[in-house]
Design a protein around this ligand. Structure first.
Ligand SMILES: [Zn+2]
Length: 388
């Protein structure tokens, strides 16, 4: 069985910016798209219903967390991640690699894969390109990611570690693709794996740190393997933002123009605007949800720290330019009170706003690209939004 429900069509462009339509087994995603992060099967602080109302067309699930708890075997028996968590729209799962490299203890990387201890109970676990593919096949996400080897930001001029990680990632990508094709074409050969979404697509990941020549090589090696689409990985790991923009500007045009381009783990609202201008179609980041829980609102004017004393008697809306439930209904003073009192509703209301702000920004950008006014939107955005 080899259904092909995955397709992508660019419907408008302005400079390098693209507007498009991505079809998956669980529905359509308009791009540029932002994916809220649903780490353990829930986007923290918000219900699926509010997420749908905010306009989220796709969410990201974390393979590492779901594999450890409740386990992908259980989720597969429940019919897959969509059925288990009650989310009917598209889902992308990461490979689990990022969490293994950032959370797990006593990690040992070999050519075969990564051995590590669970951050929950210390249990010995292993993740390989094949295993990451199997877990995601059981989760049944609409888009699966290949396992890659991650390293942090390197000092300029350091090339040995990024080259080794890039080359190993390419070898791992090939193994992940072979495994997916085996599951597609000969599921009987893997009786332990329950494929819950036969139309699942798989994205390759471009590595190479901040070196443009390495990025070019990584694109060649990864595109040669042949994936449904490609992601730019290994950025937003501490490098200066201008360098990140330069790597994106270099890498995005090298990728096939008829496939969506996903920039992993970025970022601030202004990063999204700038990377869309450089040809990126899909984003994810924990920033809007994590910052909400820490009392930070991302608004059209920048970051608003709700606990600041200046908001104690501020009866104005959190963001006067936002039409979300939180901004329509509540004052800065009330939200500050809830946050200072430790009410969990504070996290929920701030999360509703932050995600609405991100998703509304994406919607306005899509419209602007369609009308040929993205350049104007980009300029106006930077005039009002400030990081300070
Ligand atoms: Zn709002």
């Amino acid at each position: 069985m080899s259904p092909e429900p995955f397709s992508f069509r660019v419907t408008a462009t302005e400079g390098a910016a693209r507007r498009g339509t991505l079809n998956t087994p669980h529905g359509t995603v308009q791009t540029p798209a932002f994916m809220p992060v649903g780490t353990r099967g829930a986007v923290k602080g918000i219900t699926h219903r509010d997420l749908e109302d905010a306009g989220a067309e796709i969410i990201l699930g974390n393979t590492y967390h779901l594999h450890l708890r409740p386990g992908d075997d259980l989720i597969a028996r429940a019919g897959g991640l969509h059925a288990f968590i009650g989310w009917r729209r598209p889902i992308l799962t990461d490979s689990g690699g990022y969490q293994v490299f950032s959370l797990a203890a006593r990690r040992k990387v070999t050519e075969d894969g990564v051995a590590f201890r669970s951050h929950l109970d210390g249990a010995l676990c292993a993740l390989s390109p094949e295993k990451a593919t199997d877990i995601q096949a059981q989760l049944g996400s609409d888009i699966a990611m290949v396992l890659d080897e991650l390293i942090g930001a390197e000092p300029p001029g350091t090339l040995d570690a990024p080259r080794a990680a890039m080359e190993r990632s390419a070898r791992w990508a090939k193994r992940a693709r072979m495994r997916l094709e085996q599951l597609r074409n000969d599921p009987g050969s893997a009786p332990d794996v329950i494929v819950t979404n036969p139309g699942q697509a798989q994205f390759g990941i471009i590595q190479g740190g901040t070196d443009q020549a390495l990025r070019t090589e990584s694109v060649q090696q990864t595109v040669e393997i042949g994936f449904e689409a490609y992601a730019i990985g290994g950025l937003s790991v501490g490098e200066p933002v201008e360098i990140m923009y330069d790597v994106v500007a270099h890498t995005a045009p090298l990728l096939p123009s008829d496939r969506p381009r996903y920039l992993m783990g970025t970022g601030m609202p202004d990063d999204l605007v700038e990377c869309i201008a450089r040809g990126v179609d899909i984003f994810d980041c924990v920033l809007p949800t994590r910052n909400a829980r820490n009392g930070q609102l991302l608004t059209s004017h920048g970051v608003l720290v709700i606990k600041n004393a200046q908001y104690a008697e501020d009866m104005g809306p959190p963001d006067p330019d936002c039409g979300c439930y939180t901004c329509r209904t509540f004052s800065r003073a009330y939200l500050r009170h809830l946050f200072m009192a430790g009410e969990m509703t504070a996290a929920t209301l701030l999360t509703v706003h932050n995600l609405c702000f991100y998703l509304d920004l994406m919607r306005r950008i899509r419209d602007a690209i369609g009308f040929g006014s993205f350049g104007k939107l980009r300029q106006e955005f930077h005039q009002t939004f400030s990081r300070r």
